[in-house]
Design a protein around this ligand. Structure first.
Ligand SMILES: Nc1ncnc2c1ncn2[C@@H]1O[C@H](COP(=O)(O)OP(=O)(O)OP(=O)(O)O)[C@@H](O)[C@H]1O
Ligand SMILES: [Mg+2]
Length: 365
């Protein structure tokens, strides 16, 4: 299996830049998700890694070898387009062995490889079954088997579960992750679904308008978003932003938020007076009688164990996640208390997070 390194990768289509100067390394055996909204350049990046698209600038290295100008077929990378597209007229074994047959491999060797692949996927008992009889999970295993049988260095998957309904997709996510844990193949998985990325990936790259805004573990991108874009894209409901103007000094442990002082994680950079945003996740808000920020309850959405309560404040509408047992009345005035240790600060001008204690390493360089 392989390490994939992307260096200053850029792709333009005429005047339009689809992918802009990304540099990152995908370590051997990592399940790496590329997450972002439609049109942010995920597929284009994946196609460059696969060798289906030539970069305008930059390099792609596979285990340290520059493969930027190698043909797709010479890269030993499996591009899994659609996990459910099987050849209906072939049985499971024939489906899995088909890529080897195309390569002209000897039949005995094909049989051995197919057996070995089926064993890894735990579908040996299905080898002579018709694909039309398979469950969704087994179809996915067969499709993966067909990609695995060539023993590629890495798997690239572009929204492989995109066509499925939510419940089934969730089930398949678990399956895919389980397979990955057994096979330990470097996998680059493209999705615009944050839940898929968060639940499966070791590392997530969040893309916006052709740029990688942050790379980190699911927890890093959730807890320490590098930008307002990331903070807004990850989490449902997303992080709340409360605007204020102010200056910051490295070492400060509080900020002047309008006419009150609010404790924040220790600040690690200086900032002259600028438009700033306080970032607070819905689950880091408590309702209190007093409270520096006050507002009127606008609505409550019951979600089972928790409820999302929206509150109209002088700084905009704020969503709080409370236990569903908490009683709230629409229209009542309440105070909001923020968990100081979990607050984030952003520079509205650049959209980037202000560095605070504990954040080192979370931002993409
Ligand atoms: N062959 C092409 N010629 C011109 N523009 C292209 C081409 N391929 C992609 N683009 C543009 O590049 C941008 C990035 O496209 P890409 O397909 O990589 O996005 P994506 O993140 O995969 O989006 P989606 O989630 O919709 O699949 C888009 O604006 C798209 O229109
Ligand atoms: Mg795409």
């Amino acid at each position: 299996m392989a390490q994939i390194r992307i260096e200053s990768l850029r792709k333009s289509f005429d005047q339009f830049t689809a992918v802009e100067g990304s540099t990152f390394t995908i370590d051997d055996g990592t399940f790496f998700a590329m997450l972002g909204p439609s049109g942010c350049g995920k597929t284009t990046t994946l196609r460059m890694i696969a060798g289906l698209e030539l970069p305008t600038e930059g390099r792609i290295l596979l285990d340290g070898e520059d493969v930027t100008f190698h043909r797709a077929a010479a890269r030993d990378i499996a591009f899994v387009f659609q996990l459910f597209a099987l050849y209906p007229h072939m049985n499971v074994g024939e489906n899995i062995g088909f890529p080897l047959k195309c390569q002209g491999m000897a039949r005995r060797e094909i049989r051995e490889r197919v057996q070995e692949t089926a064993r890894m996927l735990r579908i040996e008992h299905l080898l002579s079954s018709k694909t039309s009889k398979l469950s969704g999970g087994d179809r996915q295993r067969v499709a993966l088997g067909r990609a695995m049988v060539r023993r590629p260095k890495a798997f690239l998957m572009d929204e492989p579960l995109g066509a499925l309904d939510a419940e089934f997709r969730h089930l398949m996510c678990g399956e895919l992750r389980d397979l990955h844990d057994r096979i330990k193949a470097t996998t680059v998985y493209v999705t615009h679904d944050q839940l898929e990325a968060m639940s499966m990936a070791d590392q997530i790259a969040i893309m916006n308008k052709g740029r990688v805004e942050q790379i980190g573990t699911p927890q890093q991108v959730y807890d320490r978003p590098a930008s307002m874009f990331v903070a807004d894209f990850i989490g449902s409901p997303p992080m709340n932003f409360l605007r204020f103007e102010g200056g910051l000094r490295s070492g400060d442990r509080a900020v002047s938020f309008h006419d009150t002082r609010l404790a924040v994680p220790e600040i690690r950079e200086d900032r002259a007076n600028a438009p700033l945003a306080l970032g607070v996740r819905p689950e880091h808000i408590r309702f209190v009688d007093a409270g520096a920020v006050r507002g009127e309850v606008f609505g409550a959405e019951y979600l089972g164990t928790t409820q999302i309560v929206t509150v109209d404040t002088a700084y905009g509408r704020v969503a709080a996640r409370l236990p569903s047992s908490a009683s709230v009345r629409i229209g009542e005035t309440i105070g909001l208390e923020f968990n100081a240790a979990r607050l984030a600060l952003f520079d509205i001008g650049s959209g980037l997070a202000i560095k605070t204690a504990g954040e080192e390493g979370a931002r993409h360089g």
